[in-house]
Write a protein that binds this ligand. Structure first.
Ligand code: CP
Length: 302
């Protein structure tokens, strides 16, 4: 079975016009105005991995549209007793779920569930694969500061190799005509990353990687990912930590983004995180209208 219409499993297979439709719909959403658009609908938030931003904003988005929500986590459900993903999905369907929003540590898990259910499945981040709602809210945030994605110079810095956020952003930005540079040491940004999408460039130094960028996007850095690598964690922090001084290599009006959670003193200095050029909390806020649009479309109310 293919996925149910309205499912959002990734950005890679969307076209630019569908991305634009999501963004236009998100602009029409007002989280402060109670709505009954999804009244009577049941949205299940099935989270096999930790989350703050994605889980809370999907829940607030569903409630803002009048839906009923329930949150299921791996440690407080029958998942802990060994129930399979497909059996859990079938159980939620039998209980009357109209839509499942799902985060899972395995790449492709939402695609698998979507093939076994005839209700829409929304990917809230799967392994090293995709995080489509994050890329949509990042684009929504960029468009609050920049007139167009076409021609925008976006530099993504950090652990691109392990990042589902980077993959979804590369797919979305390239489809929409932005120029994407991926920046970091070879262990975190392998040369093959240029093959993610046409026109993607790789840079090995921070100064070259962000030169003349309109948008600089940092990724979270995890110490354990440096075990056995050619670059140490300490060297990465010395070479790539973003500070207000280093951001001067980008355009004077460049914005700084980060999907969160940020780790101050690792990929970003505290004064950079608190700078007016950092739009990190705006990204968090964008999550609600964007996820309202995703849920409205998933449930046929776009
Ligand atoms: N950006 C993001 O996915 O954050 P959470 O892990 O807190 O949801």
């Amino acid at each position: 079975m293919n996925s149910t219409p309205g499912s959002l499993l990734g950005i890679e297979n969307l076209d630019a016009s569908t991305v634009s439709e999501y963004l236009q719909l998100a602009r029409r959403m007002d989280p402060s105005q109670p709505s009954t658009l999804l009244a009577g609908k049941r949205v299940v938030l099935l989270f096999y991995e930790a989350s703050t931003r994605t889980r809370v904003s999907f829940e607030f988005a569903a409630k803002a549209l009048g839906a009923t929500t329930t949150v299921i986590t791996a440690t407080a459900s029958s998942i802990e007793k060994g129930e399979s993903l497909i059996d859990t999905g079938a159980t939620l369907h039998a209980l009357g779920a109209d839509c499942i929003v799902m985060r899972h540590p395995s790449s492709g898990a939402p695609n698998l569930l979507a093939r076994h259910l005839d209700i829409p499945v929304v990917n809230a981040g799967d392994g090293m694969h995709e995080h489509p709602s994050q890329a949509l809210l990042d684009a929504f945030t960029m468009l609050k500061h920049k007139p167009d994605l076409r021609g925008l110079r976006v530099s993504i810095l950090g652990d691109v190799y392990h990042s589902r956020v980077a993959r979804s952003n590369v797919f979305l930005l390239s489809k929409c005509g932005a120029q994407v540079t991926l920046c970091g040491p070879v262990d975190l940004v392998p040369d093959v990353a240029t093959q993610l999408a046409p026109g993607v460039r790789v840079s090995r130094t921070l100064e070259d990687g962000i030169r003349d960028a309109d948008v600089v996007m940092l990724l979270r850095i995890q110490k354990e990912r440096f075990v056995g690598r050619r670059i140490s964690y300490e060297q990465y922090v010395a070479d790539f930590q973003m500070s207000p001084e280093r951001l001067c290599a980008a355009r004077p009006d460049a914005i700084l983004m980060h999907p969160g959670p940020i780790i101050r003193g690792v990929e970003i200095t505290a004064d950079m995180a608190d700078s007016p050029r950092a739009v990190i909390l705006q990204q968090v806020s964008s999550g609600i209208p964007v996820r309202m649009a995703i849920l409205a479309r998933a449930l046929g109310k776009a």
